[in-house]
Design a protein around this ligand. Structure first.
Ligand SMILES: *[C@@H]1O[C@H](CO)[C@@H](O)[C@H](O)[C@H]1NC(C)=O
Length: 485
């Protein structure tokens, strides 16, 4: 090929600009990518440390003595809530949503612990324009938690609203520091803290992270965009501790991603590299949603339940002179159902959960949270629309509302997904609770179907797309130049 001088010059220029573009791109993402590599490492570590063991552990089916049967054992559950937005102004019942959750639901659910992932207070004025940390809102939060949690361990972390108008953690306006339940833990861990739940059947780790926006929102790096590198180090060491945990749960606050991206749905995604799930939770403030997460024989399942919003008063609550919460009348609530076996196939963690235990299980297992005595509850189970032939039986205690019903999982082991539906009627109120999950017996994972949300959340995708675009553009240039010669 005989190229003219000017073509050579063009090619050279192209090379130089490509180099420069690459360099600029690298510089712009260097800090972020070092964080996200760290993130990958962090999340991958429990896996790389334990992957062989866990693979063996979970695939050594013959030696696994654990059985999902009718015994009330090897199970516990906790609760997560988020975005309380306690406000001294907003006359829309927001604070009452949280109050009624504490008043009518928490004593009935009796979880192992509660995690609150930020935006404890609203910190906005009556016009919703100016932001400010109000002591009254924080006093309200503290009073509700202290007087309403009934000794259930409580862990909280800040959201972006809790960090409005603060120059630093040390700021006198950082009211979380004075009123937050986990302020000391968060301070000692410089933005990250962890705790463990030890059971006779396993050890479980929980990590909570602060979300004060230090670097400004930047979607592709997800919540780690809000952490300083020191906080990242703490996170890394929290997750990398040598002790083996059966499962690790990480909590942080996203500042209203759905509003920013106009997706209108909740972001949920599965990361195949780390075999982990990222599951955004709707807010307590407007939607009145809380989440119960159960770990049953190391299979994780959860249910998001809405408060009966229409029954909740919309006034602005105040504390008495003595600082007492004025608890409203308790709500009448329908049963909340959480099916733990079989679990929803969209959330299967193939390398971290012993999913084959469903195949060897002898019973369907589900939790029914209700104020009424189990004898008042009437359970109706269908699978794929057909009545389940075996009766449901309460095998729990007052602290573990476990129900079981015998089943034959091999009947459903046909490489297809099936739907189980459970309906519980409370005969004393005639209110009905319902739950259904799509399951597979072979442990195959169904797509979450989070659509754009799931796609966006996969930060690797964004990097890949920009790389492909860059290569395409360069090739196009090259083609144009060669074409002209
Ligand atoms: C938790 O992990 C330990 C150690 O790997 C294992 O022996 C135990 O069976 C696990 N617990 C459950 C409930 O599977």
């Amino acid at each position: 090929m005989n190229l003219s001088k000017s073509t050579w010059a063009c090619l050279l220029l192209l090379l130089v600009s490509l180099f420069r573009a690459g360099q600029l791109h690298w510089l712009s993402i260097a800090e972020l990518s070092s964080q996200s590599t760290q993130l990958d490492k962090t999340l991958a570590v429990p896996e790389s440390v334990s992957s062989r063991q866990s693979r063996y552990r979970f695939q050594d089916e013959e030696n696994d003595q654990t059985m999902l049967d009718d015994k009330n054992s090897d199970i516990f559950y906790f609760v997560q809530i988020s975005d309380l937005h306690i406000s001294k102004f907003k006359n829309q019942g927001h604070t009452n949503h949280f109050i009624q959750f504490m008043n009518s639901f928490l004593p009935m659910i009796k979880p192992e612990l509660v995690v609150v992932t930020g935006d404890l207070t609203d910190a906005k004025d009556s016009d919703r324009i100016k932001t400010q940390q109000y002591p009254e809102e924080w006093e309200m939060y503290k009073a509700i938690v202290e007087q309403g949690s009934g000794g259930i361990p409580w862990y909280d972390t800040r959201g972006n609203h809790d960090a409005f108008n603060l120059e630093s953690w040390q700021s006198e306006h950082n009211l979380y520091r004075a009123y937050g339940k986990s302020a000391e833990l968060l301070e000692a861990g410089e933005g990250v803290y962890s705790w463990q739940v030890e059971k006779p059947f396993g050890k479980y780790q929980f990590v909570a992270m602060d979300a004060s926006p230090k670097k400004g929102p930047s979607r592709p790096i997800n919540f780690f965009g809000y952490l300083t590198s020191t906080a990242m180090d703490h996170l890394a060491s929290a997750i990398m501790t040598p002790t083996q945990y059966n499962h690790t749960f990480v909590f942080s606050h996203y500042p209203t991603t759905t509003m920013v991206f106009g997706l209108g749905d909740i972001l949920q995604s599965y990361n195949p590299w780390t075999d982990s799930l990222e599951l955004e939770l709707a807010d307590m403030k407007d939607h009145g949603v809380f989440r119960i997460i159960a770990i049953d024989n190391d299979m994780i399942s959860f249910v998001d339940q809405e408060l009966p919003l229409a029954d909740i008063d919309i006034g602005i609550p105040t504390l008495s002179k003595e600082g007492q919460v004025q608890w409203p009348e308790k709500l009448t609530v329908k049963p909340t159902i959480l099916i733990t076996n079989p679990k929803d196939s969209r959330y299967v963690l193939g390398r971290k959960e012993p999913f084959y235990r469903t195949r060897t299980s002898t019973h369907l297992r589900f939790l029914v949270f209700s104020k009424s005595d189990p004898s008042q509850l009437q359970v109706h189970i269908t699978v794929d629309g057909h009545n389940h032939p075996f009766p449901a039986e309460f095998v729990g205690t007052s602290n573990m509302p476990l129900w079981v019903s015998s089943w034959e999982p091999n009947d459903f082991n046909d490489m297809n997904s099936h739907t189980i539906h459970i309906e519980v009627t409370d005969k004393s109120t005639m209110l009905i609770g319902e739950a259904s999950v799509e399951f597979r017996v072979d442990g195959f994972r169904l797509a979450i179907g989070g659509g754009v949300g799931e796609w966006l959340i996969g930060s690797h995708v964004a990097t890949l797309v920009s790389l492909i675009l860059q290569i395409l553009i360069s090739l196009l240039f090259l083609y144009i130049i060669l074409e002209r010669t």
